[in-house]
Design a protein around this ligand. Structure first.
Ligand SMILES: Cc1cc2nc3c(=O)[nH]c(=O)nc-3n(C[C@H](O)[C@H](O)[C@H](O)COP(=O)(O)O)c2cc1C
Length: 349
């Protein structure tokens, strides 16, 4: 196994020598062609007994690590991420109509910091193509929850945004395990202004409680504390499925865009704490942002996250990311003598 990991790490390092977006494209093509199946499979079953959980509004998870939105925006190869060991997969962000996104270059790696800056701008093939892809998939939803993350088109004015989100919800609510309202990307002008209690109310005004329970909200880590907490209060009151904390941190240097990876760990964790202060564990939370090790996962679960998602880790730690993170998470659990992850969840408070 260790030789396979070394070979996989070497190929990941070679892939990283290409410009960032090209290397993502090449990686995705390799996954689509099933090249990851040439790597010896990891045995993850040994982790399930101590790490499986049922996350209300999301489903049964074998372990807490899911794929974050943005990696497989168009559901080109969601099954490959299951093969890589992810316990749930989120596709998107998808917009109603296809978008080409911002001009290139728009994706940058900050290798020393194990970080990424992107200003992709919701480049995606649009809802119609995603619908077709999902109907071709024959996904085993009960085994691996699949989420669809949706966003407002660049050209749509904020006053019409709720209608666009509702249209997208209608298209995908029955074809996914859960859906995510992305009102937190820094790369669509004025999108973040939609993060208001009033907008949340407007979003759900014609939906049934069951539908609302399948909808998660993804927030950014640049919101002022009081404002963020008013959103959490509203999300709890309206019985949304849960909240995903967080999206990328808006930066201007060294590139303009959204920052991911190690530098956002502390910031994202603070948002889990701020949210918990409001809902005291009533509202499920997915922790995302700056997870590069099993210890980072342990911290987020301690802070009340039901489960987590990763993006940057996959770039920096390669195809065995899930195996590596679970091994490290198990070591953290052993250190405190936790038999099951449920004992860790929320134990910070
Ligand atoms: C290149 C790139 C594209 C992303 N695209 C999306 C997206 O379309 N929708 C979304 O909700 N988040 C998107 N994200 C944010 C990630 O889902 C995640 O919230 C963020 O990267 C923090 O996690 P990480 O530190 O593990 O990377 C993107 C991130 C990156 C690096």
């Amino acid at each position: 196994m260790s030789l396979s990991i070394k070979i996989a790490d070497l190929s990941t390092a070679m892939l990283r020598m290409l410009p960032a977006e090209m290397s993502h494209r090449v990686g995705m093509m390799a996954l689509q062609k099933g090249m990851h199946q040439m790597l010896p499979a990891m045995n993850l079953q040994r982790f399930y007994r101590r790490m499986s959980s049922n996350v209300p509004g999301l489903g049964n998870l074998r372990h807490p690590i899911g794929l974050a939105a943005g990696f497989d925006k168009n559901a080109e190869c969601p099954q490959a991420f299951v093969d890589l060991g992810f316990s749930f997969v989120e596709v998107g962000t998808v917009t109603l109509s296809p978008q080409i996104g911002n001009p290139k270059p728009r994706l940058f790696r900050l290798k020393e910091q194990r970080a990424i800056i992107n200003r992709m701008g919701f480049n995606n093939h649009g809802s119609k193509e995603l619908q077709n892809r999902l109907s071709d998939l024959r996904w085993a939803f009960d085994q691996t929850p699949l989420g669809v993350n949706i966003g407002r088109g660049k050209q749509t004015a904020n006053e019409f945004a709720h209608q666009e989100y509702r249209d997208l919800l209608e298209l995908f609510l029955d074809k996914s395990s859960y859906m995510v309202i992305n009102i937190s990307s820094p790369n669509t002008p004025n999108l973040r202004e939609l993060a208001t209690p009033k907008f949340l109310q407007l979003l759900v005004s014609e939906l049934s409680p069951t539908q609302i329970g399948k909808i998660w909200l993804k927030f950014d880590p640049d919101l002022p504390k009081k404002h963020f907490q008013s959103l959490v209060e509203k999300a709890t009151e309206l019985n949304f499925g849960g909240i995903i904390l967080t999206n990328t941190h808006r930066v201007e240097q060294p590139y303009q865009g959204g920052l991911s990876g190690h530098p956002v760990t502390t910031m994202s964790n603070l948002f889990l704490q701020w949210a918990y202060e409001v809902h005291s564990g009533k509202l499920p939370m997915v922790g995302v942002g700056g997870i590069l090790s099993g210890r980072d996962i342990f911290e987020k679960i301690k802070l009340g996250a039901s489960c987590v998602q990763v993006y940057s880790a996959l770039v920096y730690r390669g195809p065995y990311t899930v195996f590596k993170l679970l091994t490290e998470l198990q070591e953290e659990m052993d250190l405190v003598g936790a038999v099951h992850l449920d004992e860790v969840r929320g134990s910070y408070y």
